[in-house]
Write a protein that binds this ligand. Structure first.
Ligand code: G4P
Length: 204
């Protein structure tokens, strides 16, 4: 998605060769127009898949998730990382380990919002090791529902998440695929016949 790649080039900050900071438009401040364009793109990619619900995880998945849900005309459901005061029982629960943060969290979704007839589109902001997406996919399985695919805003293709999801048979659609973050530069995985581009980013 060219507009997203341009945004990453113009406003992303390479923190180190593993981490890209995008709190200008995705992880803290949110570019609503960009989120709408992201939602339109995901909705187009999954238009023929009979999606009944979009599932994401709080907090940064909610903005792209809600725009996608709006475009598809279905609800957005987000997995919680912290126990809610009012959400006590009848939960699907999965443990998700973050290699980036080196911590485990328990993610939960109320059983009343997922049913075996659902066809779920999973959306997340980043794909690194794939643990969050796999955790959400396990929740979909627990509910007996179908995961039609996984939509990722920014994929770090040099980390193993994509392979792990593909190995388990999931369709993965990433709007920007980063091949590397070395030397303060982002290199995108070429789409289709495109060529690899080396693009300068601002210094952190
Ligand atoms: P994984 O789910 O693919 O295995 O990812 P991982 O555990 O490595 O990532 C944990 C958290 O760190 C996630 O956010 C993820 O979005 C974020 N993250 C991973 N790599 C990057 C990166 O290069 N840049 C940025 N900005 N974030 C990254 P989270 O803890 O769920 O936070 P939030 O959704 O509340 O913002």
């Amino acid at each position: 998605m060219e507009v997203l790649k341009r945004k990453i080039i113009e406003e992303g900050i390479v923190l180190n060769d593993q981490v890209l900071k995008v709190d200008n438009f995705l992880n803290h401040q949110i570019d609503a127009a960009l989120m709408l364009a992201i939602g339109q793109t995901f909705a187009k990619l999954f238009a023929e898949d009979g999606i009944t619900k979009v599932l994401t995880i709080e907090s940064s998945g909610i903005a792209p998730g809600v725009m996608t849900a709006m475009q598809l005309g279905v609800p957005l459901l987000f997995a919680r990382k912290r126990k809610s005061l009012t959400l006590q029982e009848d939960l699907y629960t999965e443990k998700v380990y973050s290699f980036t943060k080196m911590e485990e969290s328990e993610v939960t979704v109320s059983r009343k919002f997922l049913s075996p007839t659902d066809r779920i589109l999973i959306i997340d902001d980043f794909l690194a090791n794939g643990e969050a997406a796999l955790g959400m996919a396990r929740i979909v399985k627990q509910a007996g529902a179908d995961a039609a695919g996984i939509g990722i805003v920014i994929e770090k293709s040099f980390q193993p998440g994509r392979e792990k999801l593909l190995e388990q048979g999931y369709r993965v659609e990433s709007l920007a695929r980063i091949a590397s973050l070395t030397d303060n530069q982002v290199t995108f995985v070429p789409d289709g016949a495109g060529t690899t581009r080396f693009l300068p980013l601002r210094k952190s």
